[in-house]
Design a protein around this ligand. Sequence first.
Ligand SMILES: NC(=O)c1ccc[n+]([C@@H]2O[C@H](COP(=O)([O-])OP(=O)(O)OC[C@H]3O[C@@H](n4cnc5c(N)ncnc54)[C@H](O)[C@@H]3O)[C@@H](O)[C@H]2O)c1
Length: 272
Amino acid sequence: MPDNEQRRTQRLARRLEGKVAIITGGGGAMGGAQARLFAAEGAAVCVADNRLATAEQVAGEITGSGGKAIAVDLDVRSAGAWAAAVAQTESELGPIGILCNNAGANFRVGFEEQTEDQFRTIMEIGLTGSFLGIQAVVPSMRRAGGGVILNMGSLASIRPGGGSPGYAAQKMAMVGLTRSAASSFARDGIRCVIISPGHVDTPFIRDDNEHSPNDWSTSINNPENLKRRVDGTPLARLTQPEDVANAFLFAATDDAAMITGSMITVDGGAAI
Ligand SMILES: NC(=O)c1ccc[n+]([C@@H]2O[C@H](COP(=O)([O-])OP(=O)(O)OC[C@H]3O[C@@H](n4cnc5c(N)ncnc54)[C@H](O)[C@@H]3O)[C@@H](O)[C@H]2O)c1
């Protein structure tokens, strides 16, 4: 494992110099960590989120420290919004070489309790949103001479279990979407990888968000819920957003030049 000095030196290599990345859920915890890391590695970043204020905050941090970023209001469920986001990103930053599909939703109720509306919302944000993003960005990637599509998976992409049926279906479906995109666009020099984190310390499993509601029975603010997740992780801690961003960075660079259609887990062994 590289020590901090090695990591710092690698950073100085600016492995994404000249690349343009569009990052959905960029105002969120994992998307924000990717945006900051990619910008530190030299990428120009479009921070896209339907909560524009959060995207603006992340983009502001990046530009404030000398990086290149814009914030864009994007609801990933809308093909029209995708077309506008891609056009703005291309005109302000250039053709897009990297797409990170982070935006997601969950409603933590079981099969018989989940409403049609909740199921559709999970599928539309996580799955349809990623599909529309790939369709919108691929022509730009061709103009860039190739690209990398990075889809957000989950433990639910490996063993969905008996919780939220929409989340199970959405995260398993991301495996299929990843493989479909990988085979469809390989000859364009476009790779597609799914990265599946375990239990990550973010508002998604801690706070009461519109896209991912939690109460005391589900939140990791409840010590019992936190303990269950840490106990289920052989490396015995929650994953941090930066752990996941490091895997996104690897998959985005030519170090991963022959990796496509595959899954990378970042879960401290939770899926073993
Ligand atoms: N936190 C975990 O334990 C965990 C584990 C595995 C996978 N994930 C996945 O990681 C992804 C990111 O989650 P996070 O943990 O960083 O949580 P987060 O809540 O911090 O980030 C999610 C982001 O998605 C944005 N979003 C929601 N609906 C959107 C829409 N319609 N259009 C555009 N953006 C939208 C939100 O505004 C938010 O910024 C999700 O896909 C989630 O399923 C989370």
